[in-house]
Design a protein. Structure first.
Ligand SMILES: CC(=O)N[C@H]1[C@@H](OP(=O)(O)OP(=O)(O)OC[C@H]2O[C@@H](n3ccc(=O)[nH]c3=O)[C@H](O)[C@@H]2O)O[C@H](CO)[C@@H](O)[C@@H]1O
Ligand SMILES: C=C(OP(=O)(O)O)C(=O)O
Length: 424
């Protein structure tokens, strides 16, 4: 197990290139189960991506290279080798919930799937009932057996699906299933996250018929098969937002490059409200540290709202602000595990239900803290960057799920952050 050691209060100056998006790359990777050959570019080197490629290989999808870290390439070609396997086992689903994304494609292409139930996690219960109801409506027979979703069909049939909540992976699973279903499907109240549009554009490039991309109503007319294509994954909005907060904390100035600023408006607006002066030039965003950040009220929401995947990262800025802030988490019921650790660094945050009340005016101090999930880890790294003295963030395997070489990217702009092996 690795940990990060961070020497705080170093000014960050320069440009950080933003990597390909984890949450766009994963559904695109699982879409290879729909058939056809696909070369994917701009794939980030992340633990979740290697897990996905391992699962795909067990499901008969061949990656055109050795996907180990040492031999990593950001362009990888995928092709179908064997259409018989249909099981996503617990040991892989357990380490990555997004494995549920193989359910829709497997059912559509192979008419059968056995996928371990992902179960709850530290950020909330995270059921998949909306995925299952929609697939049942399309003609899947589904039962739960010893912790596994057992699904089969004689052929999926397009239909109207209204989602009672705009679930992200739910929308992606249904979209992928509908692409090979017979007839037309209409998904209303679909999630509108840009990563879903990225998946849809990739499917269209392979011959899928989808309209309404980027909106809350998707219409899909099924096709018999998908063709070959090459597709580059979009930038990671959450990685980009994380570095923007680093800029607001310690930028001198700090830029991020390779982004579409329009897709980051809620994060940019929040930072501006807190006092950041943000300059946007093409696909680059620049800001400097905010000497006296203002407190704010931020509520997480589905896109285009403020992303829940950014709430742990905005907290250190709130903690040092000149006035109080309130952070309201509406997407997941228990996504505040980082608060206790931030309080150990001197923050003054009180959680009551879905609300975190941040007193502000704190001077954060380095401490030994423990990461409990992916974004919690990122929030603790940011707290370490602005804290006085040394911070140690333990269990950084969480951050390796979703941030590509974060310590190298931060060191490259002047941060003092080192990866060390943790003694167990
Ligand atoms: C791999 C990926 O893209 N992960 C993202 C995806 O997760 P994920 O797709 O799991 O998140 P959802 O949008 O599905 O979940 C949002 C809310 O809906 C609830 N829900 C969801 C499905 C369902 O069948 N029933 C149900 O009740 C969940 O418990 C949660 O409270 O979107 C989240 C919300 O933006 C992000 O935090 C995750 O980073
Ligand atoms: C919660 C996240 O990922 P996942 O849905 O894969 O757990 C995340 O990216 O912050």
């Amino acid at each position: 197990m690795d940990r990060f050691r961070i020497e705080g209060r170093q000014l960050l100056n320069g440009t950080i290139p933003v990597s390909g998006s984890k949450n766009a790359a994963l559904p695109i990777l699982f879409s290879t189960l729909l058939g056809g050959g696909l070369t994917i570019g701009n794939i980030p080197c992340l633990r979740d991506i290697t897990t996905a490629i391992k699962l795909l290989s067990q499901l008969g999808i061949q990656a055109g290279h050795d996907s180990s870290r040492a031999a990593w390439a950001s362009n990888i070609s995928f092709s179908e080798r064997d259409l018989t396997p249909t099981e996503a086992p617990y040991d892989l689903v357990r380490v990555m919930r997004a494995s549920i994304l193989c359910l829709g494609p497997l059912l559509a292409r192979r008419k059968k799937a056995r996928v371990s139930l992902p179960g709850g996690c530290l950020i909330g219960a995270r059921p998949v009932d909306l995925h299952l109801h929609a697939l049942q409506k399309m003609g899947a027979r589904i039962s739960i057996d010893h912790g596994y979703i057992d699904a089969s069909t004689d052929g999926l049939v397009g239909c109207d699906i209204h989602l009672s909540y705009p679930t992200v992976t739910g929308t992606e699973n249904i979209l992928m299933a509908a692409v090979l279903a017979s007839g037309t499907s209409r998904i209303s109240n679909a999630a509108q996250e840009p990563e879903i549009a990225d998946l849809a554009h990739c499917l269209v490039a392979r011959g899928a018929k989808i309209t309404g991309i980027g909106s809350s109503v998707l219409e899909i007319t099924g096709v018999d098969e998908l063709g070959d294509a090459r597709y580059d994954v979009m930038f990671d909005r959450i990685e980009a937002g994380t570095f923007l907060v680093a800029g607001a904390l310690m930028g001198d100035p700090l830029s991020i490059s390779g982004v579409l600023p329009d897709q980051m408006s809620s994060i940019i607006a929040t930072l501006e409200e807190m006092g950041a002066e943000i300059e946007i030039t093409g696909n680059r965003i620049t800001l400097s540290r905010v000497l006296f950040p203002r407190g704010s009220t931020v509520m997480t929401d589905p896109y285009p709202g403020f992303p829940t995947d950014m709430q742990a990262q905005i907290l250190p800025l709130m903690a040092i602000s000149t006035g109080p802030s309130t952070l309201i988490e509406t997407v997941f019921e228990s996504r505040f595990t980082h608060v206790m650790e931030m309080n150990r660094m001197g923050a003054n945050i009180e959680v009551r239900g879905s609300h975190a009340f941040v007193r502000g005016e704190c001077s954060l101090e380095g401490a030994c803290v423990m990461a409990s999930d992916l974004r919690a880890s990122a929030g603790l790294v940011l707290a370490g960057l602005v804290a006085h003295g040394e911070t140690t963030v333990q269990r950084v395997y969480h951050i390796d799920r979703g941030y590509e070489r974060i310590e190298e990217k931060l060191s490259g702009v002047g941060g003092k952050i080192w990866r060390e092996s943790e003694e167990v």
